[in-house]
Ligand binder design. Structure first.
Ligand SMILES: *Cc1c(COP(=O)(O)O)cnc(C)c1O
Length: 403
């Protein structure tokens, strides 16, 4: 097991043929510094004990694993939820943001720069910046700003500067482009804190390592509760950080199926979904190689998902590798199935999930119906407070809610 994390990715950041670093030389110099610092600092006793203390006293970890009894009774199977919605700020993203910000502090950086889709990464990073007393600049597409208003307010209250992105589709991909540009303008004083297991080396590795806490906790908690390992572990995949976090603990447990769920959106036409691994082909985006939804010229396709945090045309290089090796199965859930699951979990268990996480819940419900003897551990990556206005305005009527 340890062997896997010491050899994957390789020293150039490759997960087999995926990942790597395809960026301008001046940026490469800065990335190399971050990589070196990460190898040196992140394994030090001081860094690890400070991060542990933050996880416990500030984030509120460990987050629980919860047996969803009513849902299991309804659909069969035994469905368990790893409650990342209870992590401070309401999603798994703070796990890597606190790690990235702690590294920034050790590197003497003054400013954290990032993109955000649903606003969850922006809020998590703004939180980390406030904790460490660093400046924070968040780039966000105008479409997402309108859709995710409460998170925009949160970022402002936390002292971050939100930069609206007004070009292209004005969603996540353009926000990454814009944030990259801002980082390139001042790579000495600032650090780019990517929001998922994507981007050039060392980010896919670093973010995975910071998210591993989810899997390490969940495996032990599940074993304590049941005396066995789960038959399946299910997580939604946008860039893939929450999925890598929980999958990483089970890679060697061959009897445990690992299932990544991508957003199949409103149809499978180009521009109507973001199921990258399921329907894409290998290509280059934002300085790394991965499965990509792309046109004949290799330009990223427009993408869409009901969950802003999942609409990215690329995906983490490690997921791309795990797709090819077959260790992880990738499937998808569409908007309708996701909304059904969103309301099911809310009404049956008293947990309003993020629309992103509801994709994983939707697939877990399908699996439970297919084989009622099996146990399923779902990574409930975040809470749905940020989504309630959007859901009720657009879909409330269909689900019997009239306000
Ligand atoms: C951002 C986000 C995701 C998608 O990101 P991954 O890197 O694929 O995990 C999933 N769930 C929630 C709640 C998010 O905020």
């Amino acid at each position: 097991m340890n062997n896997y994390f010491k050899t994957i990715p390789d020293n150039k950041g490759f997960f087999k043929e995926y990942g790597g670093s395809f960026i301008p030389p001046e940026l490469q110099t800065e990335m190399d510094k971050i990589t070196e610092a990460y190898y040196a600092i992140s394994k030090s006793h001081e860094f690890i004990s400070e991060l542990r203390s933050i996880r416990k006293h500030f984030q509120g970890r460990p987050t629980p694993v919860y047996f969803a009894r009513t849902l299991s009774n309804e659909y069969g199977g035994r469905i368990y939820l790893k409650r990342e919605d209870l992590n401070h700020t309401g999603a798994h993203k703070l796990n890597h943001c606190m790690g990235e910000a702690l590294l920034a502090k050790h590197l003497g950086k003054k400013k954290l720069i990032a993109e955000t889709g649903a606003g969850q990464h922006g809020v998590a990073l703004a939180t980390a910046a406030a904790y460490f007393g660093l400046e924070c600049e968040i780039h966000m597409g105008e479409v997402d700003i309108a859709k995710e208003h409460p998170n925009v307010v949160r970022m402002n209250i936390l002292g971050a500067k939100v930069v609206p992105v007004t070009f292209g589709l004005r969603t996540l991909k353009e926000a990454v482009d814009s944030a990259f540009g801002a980082y390139l303008a001042d790579p000495v004083n600032s650090i780019y804190c990517i929001g998922s297991v994507v981007g050039p080396h060392p980010f896919p590795m670093m973010v995975r390592d910071f998210q591993r806490v989810v899997g390490i906790e969940a495996k032990e908690q599940f074993y304590d509760m049941t005396g066995e390992l789960p038959d399946s572990v299910v997580a939604c995949v946008g860039g893939g950080s929450n999925a890598m976090g929980i999958f990483s603990a089970f890679l060697d447990d061959k009897d445990t199926r690992l299932v990544g769920v991508e957003p199949a959106g409103r149809s499978l036409k180009k521009g109507d979904h973001a199921a990258t691994i399921t329907y894409g082909k290998p290509g280059l985006i934002h300085g790394f190689k991965c499965y990509l939804l792309q046109d004949e010229k290799g330009e990223p396709d427009p993408v869409y998902s009901i969950a802003s945090g999942l609409d990215y045309p690329g995906v983490g290089p490690e997921h791309s590798m795990l797709k090819d090796t077959g260790r992880v199965e990738y499937t998808s859930a569409n908007d309708k199935e996701t909304l059904d699951a969103f309301f099911e979990l809310s009404k049956k268990e008293g947990i309003i999930p993020a629309l992103e996480s509801a994709h994983a819940v939707a697939h877990a419900i399908k699996m439970a119906q297919e084989d009622p003897r099996k146990s399923i551990l779902v990574n409930l990556s975040g809470r749905g407070d940020k989504d309630i206005d959007f859901v009720v305005e657009n879909y409330g009527k269909e689900y019997g809610i009239e306000l």
